[in-house]
Each structure stands twice: as C-alpha cells, then as structure tokens.
Design a protein around this ligand. Structure first.
Ligand SMILES: NC(=O)c1ccc[n+]([C@@H]2O[C@H](COP(=O)([O-])OP(=O)(O)OC[C@H]3O[C@@H](n4cnc5c(N)ncnc54)[C@H](OP(=O)(O)O)[C@@H]3O)[C@@H](O)[C@H]2O)c1
Length: 267
C-alpha cells in the first residue's frame, strides 16, 4: 500500500516513542491521522505539531486499549471522522522487566492487558471498518522479544509472541480481502518505554544499545509499502527467529553478543 496524501491512518500509542515518530512521518507524507492514547495532553500536543492535511484535521481519541468499550468507541469515532481506515497501526504497549517470581502481579497483568487484549481489541474494532473499504494495511507491533523471550522479560516476551501469532494468522485469514498485515520486530530503540526503570535493567539490556527511532520508522514505512510479512529492525533481529528451530545455536549467538545473562543455560 502506498502512503500518500489522503491515506487515512489510525494509530494507537501515538503520543510518545515509536507511535509519535511514526505519526510525524506519516503526516509529513500527507496522511490524515486518528491518534489514540490514554493521555489527552500528549495527543493534543502531537496533533498541534503535525502538518495540516488538505483533507481535514488530524483527530484524537483518548482511550485505554486494554478496555474493549473505550477502544471500540474510539475507533468507531475516528473511522467516522476520517471517512474510513486505510492503515491501522496497533502499536500501544508497555514493558516492565523483572525476574518472573519477583515481578508484581499487577505489573505482569498490565502487560497482558495492554499488549495482548489491547492489540486484540484494536484489531477487532478496526477491521470491520477496513473491510468496508477498498482495502488497506495493518501493522502489528511485536518485538524481538516476541521471537525469543529473554530472562526478566518472561511475561513481556509472551505478550509479544501473542502479537506475532495474531498477526501471522490474520495475514493469511485476510487473503483476498485487499487487507494485508505486517508484523514489526523492533530491537532496542530510544523511546520512553523504559523511563520508569532505567536504573533496574537486566544485565543483557543496557541503555547504550538503543537506536534512533527514526531508523525504525523508515523500516516500518518501507515494510507497509512493500507489503512485507515482517519488519526486522535492525536486520540482525531476524537471527532470533532461529530460536524456534535451533534454540541452542541462538543461545550461543546471544551469549556472544550480549553476554551470559542473555542465555545463562546453554545446555
Ligand atoms: N522501544 C523499543 O525499543 C521497542 C522494542 C520492541 C517493541 N516495542 C513495542 O513498540 C510499541 C511502542 O513502544 P514505545 O517504545 O514507543 O513505548 P512508549 O515510548 O512508552 O510509548 C507508548 C505509547 O503507548 C501509549 N499507551 C500505553 N499504554 C496504553 C494503553 N493502555 N492504551 C492506549 N495507549 C497506551 C502511551 O501513551 P499513554 O501513556 O498516554 O497512554 C504512548 O503513547 C510497544 O508495543 C512496544 O512493546 C518497543
């Protein structure tokens, strides 16, 4: 799908990080955006900064994607205001690293609610609108951790594997409808997702590894325009997909690249 003037986009988690940078790039290409997040201020500030479109203003909707009622109402309203949805970006997500048994149950539940139910609700609410149109594209934000889960990220990795599984099946299920699906597997990009726990990261994960989010945005846009199944950014993330067929080899590679804490058991 070509992203151009008139492309109607709904994006969740638009107010910060990847969602914000992607929104700016899409608006720069002439797309008209429906922006979703929980914080009203961040959304309005973003909408005010985006270049105007000749087709009408960008629209915002405050919603917590982990709540079905809020998500479906927000997406219905945005679809109505935009006159349809051509591109859906299910991006909203949260991350907390901790050893599994030490993690507050509430934190673990929050990741499941936002990353699992939130993605599912977003797609359930938006796809009926998209199926009424001439076709379109869906982007689902998984993670490198959705390919190979890491110590201290057991629940997060599992939620991102859910996102991968959902998107993989839908790409096939939607064959013949004119709607396609791309799954995105980012490595580590500099956003606000870890700002609440910069001082307690797992040993294999350091702030120094973070890459500029603009690089990821460029890869996502190319992935949509080329109808890629998956966007692996940086490209080396693709190696983690080996984990399904050669877990020991993947562990050995990770140990070399990230140290023993990324794969303490190489048996
Ligand atoms: N950054 C990375 O390196 C990285 C790597 C792999 C995958 N990812 C994935 O990329 C996605 C975006 O991450 P990011 O790094 O850009 O995060 P971020 O900087 O923390 O931004 C998250 C965005 O999601 C919104 N959000 C959070 N919870 C929400 C909820 N319940 N309902 C609606 N909106 C919600 C936030 O706004 P409000 O707080 O106002 O709601 C914010 O706009 C996530 O799915 C994440 O798992 C990120």
């Amino acid at each position: 799908m070509r992203i151009q003037r008139g492309t109607r986009v709904v994006i969740t988690g638009a107010s910060r990080g990847i969602g914000r940078a992607l929104s700016a790039e899409l608006a720069g290409r002439g797309a008209r955006l429906g922006l979703i997040a929980r914080g009203k201020e961040g959304l309005e500030e973003l909408a005010g900064e985006l270049p105007d479109t000749p087709d009408g203003p960008h629209v915002t909707a405050v919603a917590d994607v982990s709540k079905w009622g809020q998500t479906s109402r927000a997406i219905d309203r945005l679809a109505k205001n935009l006159g349809g949805i051509d591109l859906l970006v299910a991006n909203a997500g949260v991350l907390d690293y901790a050893p599994f048994l030490e993690q507050e149950l509430e934190e673990a539940e929050r990741m499941v609610h936002v990353n699992v139910f939130g993605t599912m609700y977003t797609l359930r609410a938006a796809l009926p609108h998209m199926l009424r149109g001439p076709g379109g594209h869906v982007v689902v934000m998984s993670s490198a951790a959705g390919l190979r889960s890491f110590p201290w990220g057991a629940v997060y990795g599992a939620t991102k594997a859910f996102d991968r599984g959902l998107a993989e099946a839908l790409r096939h299920e939607l064959a013949g409808t004119g709607i396609s699906v791309t799954t995105v597997y980012p490595g580590e990009y500099g956003t606000t997702i870890l700002q609440h726990q910069r001082d307690r990261l797992p040993a294999w994960r350091s702030n120094d590894e973070e890459r500029p989010v603009e690089e990821l945005v460029e890869a996502i846009i190319a992935g949509v325009e080329d109808d890629a199944r998956g966007v692996y950014a940086p490209p080396a993330v693709r190696v983690l997909g080996l984990s399904g067929i050669a877990p020991r080899l993947t562990d050995q590679i990770l140990t070399r690249v990230r140290g023993r804490s990324a794969a303490p058991r190489c048996d």
